[in-house]
Write a protein that binds this ligand. Structure first.
Ligand code: SPD
Length: 309
């Protein structure tokens, strides 16, 4: 293409659909490991900074991770009002725990991730993301299956499912099923809020999100979808928020800013009351697609990432 100069010899390709590839030029591979659960790269990607790539899918990078971690944490926290006990399913890079620690009232954060090697690699290579969160005494690391951990615990104010995509044979697909969402609903304290990364909002990919949200909605009384725009994910991303309590999708930005000023350290890059009000306005095509969906994911009928979901 005239005027374009490519600045890398090595490229990581992520299949967004069977017909579309999102390619990133890699300046340097910092580590590459086959863990017991997934293929892991941490790379210097050049334009977007240092990045974690699991099973060929872009997870986190220093250049745009705040656009994912801030809404993932602060939307459910504001809706809850005063979270004290927080469970993160997944979250190996520590970005979600880092954001949760910004709330003064948070007393306990458990990060339940199945892949200890992924956590160790992120601790070593992505300090910009975790910013020492795993060393904070409020944060407890549980290496093991979050499904089993949630089944034997309760009393959480917020449960955050910060997972990889539910690819077949991948570690996360069980955590997109009705059985898992039922465990989460039972494990929440009264007034508790659940959030997960629910999939792409891109029209050709939205089946997975619609089915995931329909499944969550078959368990929780109230569900909504917020949109995270994370450039390295290749398409707009949906986060599903659910609770047994009604979700106020028209919060007053002034009151939210007052809550954030009182309850947090601040230091947000994308989040405030005005941003929250915008995030909570789910686009029409998303609402209509979810309303039309009938499939419920279960352990017997789990999601299939590239097979029409
Ligand atoms: N397709 C990418 C979705 C990734 C969601 N998980 C990211 C983990 C960041 N803490």
């Amino acid at each position: 293409m005239p005027g374009a100069t490519l600045a890398a010899d090595l490229w990581i390709s992520e299949f967004l659909t069977p017909h579309d590839i999102w390619q990133h030029g890699i300046a340097q591979v910092l580590t590459h490991q086959q863990t017991p659960f997934q293929d892991l790269y941490i790379v210097d990607s050049g334009a977007y900074g240092k990045a974690l790539v699991l099973d060929g899918k872009w997870q986190t990078c220093t250049g745009d991770e705040f656009l994912y971690h801030e809404p993932l944490v602060h939307v459910p926290f504001v809706l809850h009002g005063k979270p004290r006990r927080v469970l993160i399913a997944g979250g190996a890079d520590g970005g979600t725990a880092r954001e949760a620690l910004k709330w003064h009232g948070v007393e306990e954060i458990v990060v339940a991730d199945i892949d200890g090697d992924a956590v160790n690699a992120c601790r070593q290579w992505l300090p910009e993301v975790h910013q020492g969160a795993f060393d904070n005494p409020k944060v407890k690391l549980e290496i093991g299956d979050a499904y089993d951990y949630i089944a034997r615990t309760s009393g959480w104010d917020v449960i955050i499912a910060d997972l990889t995509d539910p690819i077949e044979e991948g570690p996360a697909y069980k955590l997109f099923t009705r059985e898992f969402f039922e465990l989460c609903q039972r494990a929440l304290a009264p007034g508790g809020v659940f959030v997960n990364q629910a999939g792409s909002l891109s029209p050709p990919l939205i089946d997975l999100l619609a089915r995931t949200v329909k499944t969550i909605g078959s368990v929780f009384a109230h569900t909504t979808v917020i949109q995270a725009t994370v450039p390295t994910y290749g398409s707009p991303w949906g986060l599903a928020v659910a609770s047994q309590r009604p979700i106020n999708t028209r919060p007053d930005p002034v009151l939210v800013d007052a809550l954030l000023a009182k309850e947090t350290t601040g230091a947000f890059r994308m989040f405030d009351g005005q941003t929250l009000l915008g995030l909570l306005q789910t686009p029409k095509y998303v609402r209509e697609r979810i309303a039309a969906e009938t499939t419920i994911y279960s352990l017997a009928n789990p999601p299939k990432f590239f097979a029409g979901a």
